[in-house]
Design a protein around this ligand. Structure first.
Ligand SMILES: *Cc1c(COP(=O)(O)O)cnc(C)c1O
Length: 356
């Protein structure tokens, strides 16, 4: 029998007689007596294995965990690229990926396109929806064009989450993600993963992780696995909150984006390739002072970077160097009661815009 996502994220652990309903203990040894599945803590442990199985099954491929989203992305680049290789990156995607890739020949393209020919390109790394602009690209069509040119296709799936989008089913070869955001979901762990279709590439990523020694802690894997069990529930509330905020903010702020809204320019494409929407929206306030006034007036919205946690938070992206307007806010709708959050945001907005 095939189960829905809510069931799948709950039932991701062992199920035999005597097994725990909780995620099995995160305490791993560094060294094991030989003859069992584990030998030494740097190449493998039971906590990684359990979470890699869970995320791999949701993504539809073989998952390799990393200590952060950036560790996942940098291991992928090191593993599949040689110096001087050409790589396509989103100009509006996660800014550290562009910094990291500076030693390759990078072609930067806005997520919404237009895309150039992929001739001579080794890797096309897409990000959809992009962070922070929330633009969307047609993953299936781009994967087909990139494959025709002999390129490998990876998708940064952080914003969407494994429940929101399955890039491997859309034709991509690789998923990279930061699980620091909605997957772990409680603002208390940094973690990332790569999921690939090709077991040989998975083995190369694992070998590179073992060799370079940048490994996730078993306790971090356990925390993320514990969080994963409620991802379906959290996304439902976060998306409901984002939807209500979108409706409440429409006409009051510039540049309002949430791909889940039928009025959003990316909605048709997003609805075609995404399985569900989430709590991340963006909008623009007129100035840095207006953002500061909003945050000072709000009781519920934290001034914080990152997103996908239980708490609603707002991040003015230009402060981190994103090439966006000074007042552009990425808003992460949390799990608060919808009515409370909408009332708080509208009140803070009227302070920010000097209406009261
Ligand atoms: C946060 C983020 C990353 C980096 O992940 P870390 O876990 O912070 O290293 C990469 N891509 C996107 C889209 C992100 O939002």
């Amino acid at each position: 029998m095939t189960f829905g996502d809510g069931t799948r994220v709950v039932h991701t652990g062992p199920s035999g007689p005597g097994s725990s309903l909780g995620v099995p203990s995160p305490v791993a040894a560094s060294t094991y007596r030989l003859g069992g599945p584990d030998t030494y803590g740097r190449p493998h442990n039971a906590s990684w294995r359990a979470l890699e199985e869970a995320l791999g099954s949701l993504d539809g491929g073989e998952c390799v965990l990393f200590p952060s989203g950036m560790a996942a992305i940098s291991c992928l680049l090191r593993t599949v690229l040689s110096t001087g290789d050409r790589l396509v990156l989103p100009s509006d995607g996660y800014f550290l990926t562009r910094q990291l890739a500076a030693s390759y020949e990078v072609v930067e393209v806005p997520t919404a396109g237009p895309y150039p020919s992929f001739d001579g390109v080794r890797l096309v790394l897409l990000e959809s929806p992009s962070n922070p602009g929330l633009d969307v690209c047609d993953i299936a069509a781009l994967a087909e064009a990139a494959h025709a040119a002999g390129a490998l296709v990876a998708v940064d799936n952080t914003t969407a989450t494994p429940l929101g989008q399955r890039p491997l089913e859309l034709g991509a070869d690789v998923v990279v993600a930061s699980d620091t955001k909605a997957v772990a979901g409680h603002s208390d762990v940094v973690l990332g993963h790569v999921t690939v279709r090709d077991p040989e590439l998975a083995a190369r990523l694992r070998d590179e992780r073992t060799l370079t020694g940048a490994i996730p802690g078993p306790f971090e894997a356990w925390l993320a696995h514990r969080g994963l069990g409620t991802l379906d529930l959290r996304l439902a509330r976060q998306a409901a909150n984002a939807n209500a905020l979108y409706d409440a903010l429409q006409g009051k702020v510039a540049g309002l984006r949430w791909p889940g809204a039928s009025a959003d320019p990316a909605h048709l494409l997003a609805a075609k390739q995404m399985r569900r929407f989430n709590g991340v929206l963006t909008f623009e306030l007129p100035s840095v002072a207006a953002v500061d006034a909003f945050l000072a007036a709000s009781e519920l919205v934290a001034a914080a970077t990152s997103f996908g946690g239980l708490h609603s938070s707002l991040d003015r992206r230009a402060q981190w160097g994103d090439p966006v307007p000074e007042g552009l806010c990425r808003f992460s709708a949390g799990c608060e009661d919808t009515a409370d959050l909408v009332a708080d945001v509208l009140c803070a907005l009227s302070h920010a815009l000097g209406l009261d």
